[in-house]
Design a protein around this ligand. Structure first.
Ligand SMILES: [Cu+2]
Length: 664
């Protein structure tokens, strides 16, 4: 935040109702502590420790762009204060609402009773204007987390903050210095305006759509026929191959601990120190690729849970995820902490340095990715991908950096003869009915056997109520390795709310993701994948799953409709789990966007290959046209939210999960 000058506030974007409260908030701002008004706050200056916390949510003027705007801030800060809890303590948090609208705070990734989870409509009624709600619960975990509003679109206007829990036992991760690095996205537009624009045109913020110049370059590179076949495909799909993010740097300013790239958040260290950086993605809509040129990062925790250390040069962090890394900077240099968005439309940036006067060069952003066949759930069609990634990749690059042993061979069999396929044929594949798939070569073997045995499109076991999704109960794959069950697109996916269905989703485990796949080859960077994550301590619940839910992430980009299995939240029944049962969830992404999916109240144990050391996460990114599996122990009774953490996807791509005591 920059220095504000006087109480005048320019409020051209605010609604009339907000304007009235805005004047009041502006006047109140004069009495704010100096630190909140002058903007530059040294890292963690606002840390609150102990077991009793008073948080006040109010309008606060901010200036991230040269124009003053009102934020909805916690204790006057964007982000809110760092809360530091201790594992084993009982914490009490009094949250007062000074806004003109209802609000709430959800403790993201925290294991607690459902009525303390802070989701209006599920946990409680929310916090009314003028009211104070008291949260109280026992802290049963440690690590890096965060908290945010679960009301309306308030995260977009600043209602989020970092949360660090110190372990009861000695921390296995040792460091000399400890910084939170919270990434977020700010817009001067109101979130309702952003949402309205997206509803009108899903591509509104995508300024990377192809131009005539692009077309000419493409024709020269690929030839006329090929170019038009490729384009026909995308036109038929009614999508842009450059729709990587739906809200972009066109409206966003990306923040690091509340600092713009210009105001440059700075973390100091002394020569020889080991520095722990706790990255938290508190964005509304932005997925970041993080690196610190010149430094290796050792990933030691994911979503607050210790993992076996992995040394990387770069990692992708989805909205709501956290990663802790250890770096060992050289005492004489300054380093740029660089977090570019997945679509390369902007970046957040800060500095690590031993000398506050020094800063390092800010690198150029990497090339912007384009979507490929693989991202449409057409499997690893090497040829198509090579052609479409700007012709820059070798076969090795296209195949996950040579990681072919990890690929699903059943899907690859027979793929060789498909490489010569006409692209116009591919375009129909994306929208094919499941029933037609039987004739395709290279399909999952079980699918060819007609794989409808063992599942019910109406929700499996009727004694558990009207469930949705496809539930498998027979021949489940063993814990740890994920799922090879047939991919089934339910009838509910065949409406106008769904513009794509993945015919052959690939595993999202070994794939660093769109725009990162060739970074090892191109830049020599080792990029983290989910397959690298292995829990530091053994898996607690060693049972095999007794049933498996296959749930599809679905949407229509043009109409900006998002759903699960083609059904939006308002029309959906709760997903019912039996208290104590262990299930597998397999998410299939039938869209071309990357969705970070968050289950409240229970861990999502990501099956990364080793049943003995399954990493526990609270938010899992599901890549375009891919699938991923995790195990859930339903050990928390009550009503829980389960949703995409992209703020503008949430209204539709959302389910209630209800954990009930089973009869008998
Ligand atoms: Cu989403």
């Amino acid at each position: 935040m920059k220095t504000r000058n006087g109480p005048q506030i320019e409020l051209p974007q605010l609604s009339r109702r907000q304007f009235v409260t805005g004047i009041a908030a502006g006047a109140a701002a004069l009495s704010l502590p100096v630190s909140a008004r002058t903007g530059y706050r040294p890292a963690q200056a606002q840390a609150l420790r102990g077991n009793r916390f008073d948080l006040s949510i109010d309008y606060t003027p901010v200036n991230f762009t040269g124009r003053e705007r009102l934020a909805t801030a916690i204790n006057g800060g964007v982000p809110g204060p760092l809360l530091r809890w201790r594992e084993g303590d009982t914490v009490t948090l009094n949250v007062s609402n000074r806004l003109a609208h209802d609000t709430s705070i959800h403790w993201h990734g925290i294991i607690l009773p459902s009525h303390m989870d802070g989701v209006p409509g599920l946990s409680y009624a929310g916090i009314r204007p003028g009211e104070t709600f008291t949260y109280q619960f026992k802290v049963q975990q440690s690590g890096t987390f965060w908290y945010h509003s679960h009301s309306d679109f308030q995260e977009q206007t600043g209602l989020y903050g970092p949360l660090v829990i110190d372990p009861a036992e000695p921390d296995p991760v040792q460091s000399d210095r400890d910084y939170v690095v919270m990434l977020s996205d700010w817009s001067d537009e109101s979130p309702h305006d952003i949402y309205a624009k997206l509803k009108k045109e899903g591509h509104y913020y995508n300024r990377r759509r192809r131009t005539a110049g692009d077309l000419w370059r493409e024709i020269r590179a690929k030839g006329l026929a090929q170019t038009f076949r490729d384009r026909e495909m995308w036109n038929e799909m009614r999508m842009s191959d450059r729709d990587i993010s739906d809200v972009t740097g066109y409206t966003y300013t990306y923040l690091m601990n509340g600092h713009t790239p210009d105001s440059n958040w700075t973390g100091l260290f002394r020569r020889g120190e080991k520095v722990r950086l706790r990255f938290i993605n508190g964005s509304s809509m932005s997925i970041f690729d993080v690196r610190i040129p010149g430094l290796k990062m050792t990933v030691v925790a994911s979503d607050g849970q210790n993992v076996e250390p992995v040394s990387v040069d770069e990692f992708r962090i989805g909205v709501a995820e956290t990663y802790d890394v250890i770096v060992e900077p050289d005492g004489d240099s300054a380093y740029t902490v660089f977090a570019q968005t997945i679509d390369r439309s902007g970046y957040a940036r800060g500095t690590l340095t031993a000398d506050a006067r020094l800063q390092a060069k800010v690198p150029a952003m990497d090339y912007a990715p384009v979507l490929t066949h693989r991202d449409m759930g057409m499997g690893n069609m090497g040829m198509g991908e090579m052609k479409m990634e700007h012709g820059s990749m070798s076969a090795k690059g296209a195949m996950n950096g040579g990681d072919m042993s990890t690929m699903e061979h059943s899907q690859h069999a027979g793929m060789g003869d498909m490489s010569g396929m006409d692209h116009s044929q591919h375009s129909t594949m994306g929208t094919m009915d499941h029933s037609q798939h039987g004739s395709m070569s290279g399909m999952n073997h079980r699918q060819q056997q007609g794989g409808t045995q063992g599942y019910s499109p109406h929700g499996g076991r009727p004694e558990l109520g009207g469930m949705q999704g496809v539930w498998y109960t027979d021949n489940l794959d063993p814990a740890g390795g994920g799922s090879n069950q047939p991919i089934v697109h339910l009838p509910s996916e065949h409406g106008y709310g769904v513009d794509m269905r993945s015919a052959m989703p690939t595993s999202g485990l070994h794939d660093p993701g769109i725009g990162l796949r060739d970074h090892r080859e191109r830049y020599g960077r080792r990029v983290l994948t989910y397959a690298d994550l292995r829990n530091l301590t053994p898996t607690i619940d060693r049972r095999e799953p007794t049933r498996e839910l296959q749930l599809h992430l679905t949407g229509n980009m043009e109409r900006y409709m998002w759903s699960m299995d083609g059904i939006k939240f308002n029309d959906a029944e709760p997903l019912v789990l039996k208290y104590g049962e262990r299930i597998r969830v397999t998410l299939v992404n039938d869209t071309m966007m990357t969705h970070p999916i968050h289950l409240h109240g229970m861990w999502s144990e990501l099956e990364t290959g080793d049943a003995q050391f399954i990493p526990r996460k609270h938010t899992i990114m599901v890549q375009p046209g891919s699938k991923i599996s995790y195990l859930v122990t339903a050990d928390a009774l009550g009503r829980w939210a389960y949703h995409c953490h992209l703020l503008y996807h949430m209204p539709g791509m959302f389910r209630e999960v209800r954990v009930v005591r089973g009869e008998g």
